[in-house]
Design a protein. Structure first.
Ligand code: ADP
Ligand code: MG
Length: 221
């Protein structure tokens, strides 16, 4: 599904170039459930943002199936982000004033869906993450673990092929973490979603089928 080669990323920090990612070759196959495990500040979120083209690397080759993503125009990038890949963010990134169903329905507005179709589809997806009784709740009325499920529903609403989850359980206790991870396993097995998940917790990583370790900006194992 995804073939990334020779990815590097440098930042200039106080006039000194600093290379965060030194040389990443990464292959993701359709149906994979992969955990990326590396220490804090090592560039995990930076890498994930680049896979979802929220950020552009210093150098790379990037193929999604046969499409050369590295050559995309900005409009092609936006369509790719809308249709192919969705993020489950570490900080949820929900909009403060919107009820759950509108958070989930929002991506469909960018596809031009009518409001009644958006509502119907949002309810369907909220149901899949066991939130059908919370559709009118705003984030301040939801626990962290409920907010994370709204975030997962929003990621699923456009039916993307790949889910990118950045430390999806960092704020959760072991019991609710396990529920989120079981939901990922279900989405992977029953809904054929390919999942790439960042974590620094080996218990969390154990739900994945492959674990990739990165050290000092290079794939270690
Ligand atoms: P992780 O998710 O593994 O904790 P990040 O990808 O957030 O790490 O960041 C990796 C490193 O890159 C950090 O040391 C961070 O300070 C640096 N970094 C990230 N974004 C920028 C930026 N826009 N400018 C300069 N340095 C950055
Ligand atoms: Mg991070």
């Amino acid at each position: 599904m995804i073939n990334i080669k020779k990815l590097t990323k440098s930042y200039i920090i106080w006039w000194v170039p600093s290379m965060i990612l030194k040389w990443i070759d990464l292959e993701i196959k359709q149906g994979d459930f992969i955990a990326l495990m590396w220490p804090s500040w090592s560039g995990k979120s930076t890498l994930m943002n680049m896979i979802g083209i929220l950020d552009i690397p210093t150098t790379w080759e990037y193929f999604f199936h046969d499409t050369n993503v590295a050559n995309f125009t900005e409009d092609e990038q936006a369509i790719f982000r809308r249709d192919k890949i969705w993020f489950i963010f570490q900080w949820y990134n929900l909009l403060a004033k919107l009820p759950a169903w509108e958070q989930v329905a929002l991506p469909l507005a960018y596809k031009g869906w009518s409001s009644s179709k958006r509502y119907q589809r949002a309810i369907e997806v909220l149901n899949e993450v066991w939130l059908s009784d919370k559709i009118n709740h705003t984030p301040d009325m939801l626990s962290w673990w409920q907010q994370q499920r709204v975030c997962i529903a929003r990621a699923l609403v456009c039916d993307p092929a790949l889910l990118l989850a950045d430390e999806p359980t960092w704020a959760l206790d072991s019991k609710t973490s396990a529920e989120i991870l079981k939901l990922f396993s279900y989405l992977n097995k029953e809904k054929w979603k390919t999942i790439l998940m960042i974590t620094h917790d080996s218990n969390v990583a154990s739900y994945a089928h492959k674990i990739i370790h990165i050290k000092d900006g290079l794939i270690d194992n």
